[in-house]
Design a protein around this ligand. Structure first.
Ligand code: 6PG
Length: 248
């Protein structure tokens, strides 16, 4: 990936500090007269980041105009341990409560993911049009299989050109399997995207995504992320060993 914007950090803690600093800079630089729209990823990696953003060090950010969205959701109740909504409440919003009007979780209450995905799309369409930029920042995770959000290899959702949110039946190795995900037509119009990668389990996939040929990268959904101001890859040294290891 010749134009990859790569930010490497020696530890998970340093990685999360740098990621929070990047997000803060994007918020501060955004137009003060409109919402700052942030799409959050789920999984385990961002928990430390969300806790950090809930600390006093980040009180001075323009939280009164920050709107939170989710890039994907497991199709479980918001109180379920597997819920990405629960994750964000437990790690960020409990410490930094925002008005409900600024927090836009993906609904999972209809018992029908197709209907809930359509409802979320309607919410998204009150913020974004079919033209121009969408999220100010899309925070994405990376699975060791190259998935991002809940866009998995070989899934029909990768070819979606119209809808912004889709129900997903994730591969059998994922649990839970039933999910809702945002799609590339929406995600790839973000002003900026940050892919947060930590841990040795991501080393192989990250190396392929950053240094593989176009043909080697093609099967992996994360390889197809785009953003107006670029896709920033933030990784710790476990996921991306330093080019020149420092002499110990
Ligand atoms: C999810 C996430 C997903 C996640 C990756 C990485 O709902 O699971 O949105 O895309 O970011 O699976 O997960 P980890 O951070 O747990 O490795």
């Amino acid at each position: 990936m010749p134009d990859a914007l790569l930010h490497l950090h020696s530890s998970r803690e340093a990685l999360m500090e740098a990621t929070a600093t990047f997000i803060a800079a994007r918020m501060r630089a955004s137009a003060p007269d409109r919402p700052f729209t942030l799409a959050l990823s789920g999984g385990s990696t961002p928990a430390m980041l969300y806790r950090l953003l809930g600390t006093a060090a980040y009180d001075d950010l323009p939280w009164d105009r920050v709107h939170l969205f989710w890039g994907d959701e497991r199709y479980v109740p918001p109180t379920d341990e597997a819920s990405n909504t629960r994750l964000v409440h437990a790690t960020l919003l409990d410490a930094r409560p925002l008005p409900n009007a600024q927090v836009h979780p993906i609904p999972t209450g209809h018992g029908d993911p197709t209907q809930d995905a359509a409802q979320y799309e309607a919410t998204l369409r009150t913020f974004f049009s079919d033209e121009g930029p969408t999220f100010d920042l899309a925070l994405q995770g990376l699975g060791s299989d190259g998935h991002t959000a809940s866009l998995f290899p070989d899934d029909h959702a990768l070819c979606e050109l119209e809808r912004w949110a889709l129900p997903i039946d994730a591969p059998a190795y994922m649990d839970p399997r039933l999910r809702i995900t945002l799609t590339f037509p929406l995600l790839n119009r973000s002003r900026a995207t940050l892919v947060l990668v930590a841990g040795a389990s991501k080393r192989d996939i990250l190396h392929t995504l950053l240094y593989g040929t176009a043909e080697e990268r093609a099967p992996y959904p994360a390889a197809h992320l785009q953003a107006h101001d670029g896709v920033h890859w933030f990784a710790d040294h476990e996921a991306h060993p330093p080019a020149h290891p420092t002499r110990t």
